[in-house]
Design a protein around this ligand. Structure first.
Ligand SMILES: Nc1nc2c(ncn2[C@@H]2O[C@H](COP(=O)(O)OP(=O)(O)OP(=O)(O)O)[C@@H](O)[C@H]2O)c(=O)[nH]1
Ligand SMILES: [Mg+2]
Length: 198
């Protein structure tokens, strides 16, 4: 097959969602720059872009780090609309943040209108196991109910940080490939429709 020249690498748009203080920014900064930020500075909304190699192919990841304390649902809707995949983060040390994931999930499904939207449930701060308030069983059961993976991370020790971003990109790539196939099939059908006998 001829290699296409000057083609930009595929761009995958990831949105970080979850309550304030759960570690969305810490996970993003650890993934982007390999550093852990101890200080808590509530985010307004920041975006990051990085070239990475995903299963042998160069791609770009665009990360929108949203504010857990965003009061305006309309602003959130706008952010969610632009997303192709979601990391829905809570802290294993805070039950409220786990309960809040339910609302984030509902809002994402309402905006994207697709049950199969690439999505991971992420239990962050796994290094603080002695302060754990959310059990593995509880989190797994919610993830099973939603039919999504559950992964525990630590932005501090870097445990599973790459994994959640790469697993999500794989899901986005897979979804784009199916959509492309469907579109191509539709194009073929349209081209051949004059000859189809029903
Ligand atoms: N021990 C530990 N602390 C963490 C971890 N992730 C984040 N933190 C700390 O938790 C606090 C909040 O982290 P942020 O990343 O700023 O939280 P956020 O989800 O971005 O919060 P908002 O921007 O307000 O939505 C900071 O003090 C971080 O250092 C983690 O995995 N382990
Ligand atoms: Mg933040």
């Amino acid at each position: 097959m001829a290699k296409k020249l000057n083609q930009q690498p595929a761009l995958h748009k990831v949105i970080m969602v979850g309550s304030g203080g759960v570690g969305k920014s810490a996970l993003t900064l650890q993934f982007m720059y390999d550093e852990f930020v101890e200080d808590y500075e509530p985010t307004k909304a920041d975006s990051y872009r990085k070239k990475v190699v995903l299963d042998g192919e160069e791609v770009q990841i665009d990360i929108l780090d949203t504010a857990g304390q965003e009061d305006y649902a309309a602003i959130r809707d706008n952010y969610f609309r632009s997303g192709e995949g979601f990391l829905c983060v809570f802290s294993i040390t805070e039950d409220d943040s786990f309960q809040a994931t339910q609302e984030f999930r509902e809002q994402i499904l309402r905006v994207k209108n697709d049950e199969n939207i690439p999505f991971l449930l992420v239990g962050n701060k796994s290094d603080l196991d002695e302060k754990r308030k959310v059990t593995l069983a509880e989190a797994n059961s919610r993830a099973q109910q939603w039919n999504v993976p559950y992964v525990e991370t630590s932005a501090k020790t870097r445990e599973n940080v790459d994994k959640v971003f790469y697993d999500l990109m794989r899901k986005i790539t897979a979804l784009k490939a199916t959509e492309k196939n469907v579109n191509e099939r539709n194009d073929d059908n349209a081209a051949g429709s004059c000859c189809v006998i029903l």
